[in-house]
Design a protein around this ligand. Structure first.
Ligand SMILES: [Zn+2]
Length: 484
């Protein structure tokens, strides 16, 4: 609960319309909601209290889900000896262009360069090699919440920043079957979290060889479609096979006493999810935060014209606040015009606003205004708590269904290459088409349309036709899109 009494917080500048310039809209919305700012170092991001509060709610809920599936949190160092990265060939090749490397420290040149972690497989598995001895130590299920650094050339607040916050899960198993099941299980945890809490519908599936994680056998992902009809990868889960186990000597004695390498997985979601939330639900007034993840659920705004009215309506606002103490609320009794205060909570994406004026006090009623639809209802103060709970739940559902309809309307089944190019160029969205599975063909599709294989969905049918571009026998039906 917060009560503001100051007169600061003047409404921010106007937000560019989405239809006019989506990229500009995105940045305007972040500024208007006071979520984040560019940092002195190019590509880095300052996450401001309003943005960090959303991240904390994401963390809190997801952390509970990770613990409920048996994972424990630990913390590993930010610095990794450069030689560690080189032990897994594909891994180092994949990450080399993005590494930040420390060469000097304490006023001296270091004997061995240290890499600022771009991801922590190597440093964590060096520990796993010490922790794991027998089959009794397995499965080992670890998660870490931390920051990572990837030196990106083109950055964008929340979506791609040089440093970002995330969680990375790392597990070790006795069999490949078990590891693969874990990777798919965690993808499902991500799907549930993103759909049920963030109200973002996703498609789940396997990444193509080209798009998989550097050093993995397989990568699965959850993919969402943003309002500008570009895809956004919201989370990934990897079957690492024994690649890292062999590089780091992560071995165990099985029940018959013979030495085996473990099978591993890793998986992560990041502050990019906040970018997804903005681009999925936001409108021309600003962001809309789904109630289950919202730092503030209700903004209670008393309205008055003179001191006498102010005393009455502010008192009523506080009485109402007490009725909804199980939600997070703010009583905004600042000496600002009502419209000004409405505007601010709209821009900050607070799902529900309660207005109480002198006449409402007299009639023992309150006006509720939904952020998602703008719809207003007058309810009696007795019903305030019940109606608030109902409407917040309805907003959560509405945001999801709205996004789900958008996803369905913008997923196109395509059979010919002409149609493929036409849709990517003029309509955007997901294009579902047969594909031969060859990297060379995938590269040509990307070159011609900027569309990539977003995933090979789990639900893939059994009948195969011809590849949409090259006409060779198809291996899968896949989802293509231009992506962030
Ligand atoms: Zn092909």
């Amino acid at each position: 609960m917060t009560t503001t009494t100051d007169t600061k917080g003047e409404a921010k500048g106007k937000i560019t319309q989405r239809s006019r310039d989506f990229s500009k809209w995105y940045l305007d919305v972040i500024a208007a909601a006071d979520l984040a700012d560019h940092a002195p170092v190019k590509g880095c991001m300052v996450i401001k209290p309003c943005g960090y509060a959303i991240w904390e709610n994401i963390q809190k809920t997801l952390d509970g889900m990770l613990k409920a599936t048996g994972h424990k949190n630990a913390y590993f160092p930010i610095f990794i000896p450069e030689s560690f990265l080189k032990r897994e060939q594909e891994h180092v090749e994949g990450f080399s262009p993005e590494l930040a490397v420390v060469t000097h420290a304490g006023g001296k040149k270091l004997e061995e360069n240290l890499v600022v972690r771009p991801t922590s497989e190597t440093v964590i598995y060096a520990s796993f090699a010490k922790w794991i001895h027998s089959w009794r130590d397995l499965p080992l299920l670890i998660n870490q919440w931390c920051n990572v650094v990837r030196w990106e050339m083109r950055t964008r607040l929340f979506l791609r920043t040089t440093e970002f916050l995330w969680q990375e899960g790392h597990t070790a198993h006795a069999t490949h079957e078990e590891a693969e099941a874990e990777a798919v299980r965690m993808l499902e945890v991500y799907r549930r979290f993103v759909e049920d809490y963030m109200a973002i519908p996703v498609v789940t599936g396997l990444k193509s060889e080209t798009e998989k994680f550097a050093g993995a056998l397989k990568t699965w992902a959850i993919e969402a479609l943003m309002q500008d009809k570009k895809a956004l990868q919201c989370g990934t889960s990897h079957d690492l096979g024994q690649n890292f186990a062999k590089a780091f000597g992560v071995k165990f004695l099985d029940s018959s006493g013979s030495e085996q390498y473990v099978w591993q997985t890793s998986w992560g979601v990041s502050t990019r999810l906040i970018g997804a939330l903005i681009m999925m639900h936001g409108d021309d007034k600003g962001i809309i935060v789904p109630p289950r993840i919202a730092p503030t659920h209700i903004a209670i705004v008393p309205i008055w014209k003179n001191d006498e009215e102010k005393t009455k309506t502010v008192a009523a606002a506080h009485r109402l606040a007490k009725m909804v103490s199980n939600f997070s609320f703010i009583v905004d009794d600042r000496d600002l015009r009502p419209a000004h205060r409405y505007y601010e909570w709209e821009q900050k994406g607070v799902p529900l606003r309660a207005e109480v004026g002198p006449r409402d006090v007299e009639n023992s009623q309150v006006v509720l205004v939904r952020r998602d639809t703008g719809e207003k209802v007058t309810v009696s103060q007795d019903e305030f708590a019940v109606r608030t709970a109902e409407i917040l739940e309805d907003i959560q559902q509405n945001l999801y269904h709205r996004a789900q309809s958008f996803l369905e309307e913008n997923t196109h089944d395509v059979e010919t290459w002409d149609e493929f190019q036409e849709i990517i160029k003029h309509q955007g969205g997901f294009v579902r088409a047969e594909w031969c599975g060859l990297a060379e063909c995938e590269a040509k599709i990307k070159e011609a349309t900027k569309a990539t294989v977003r995933c090979i969905p789990f639900e893939n049918g059994t009948e195969r036709g011809a590849c949409v571009r090259c006409g060779k026998p198809s291996r899968h039906k896949v989802l293509f899109a231009q992506a962030y």
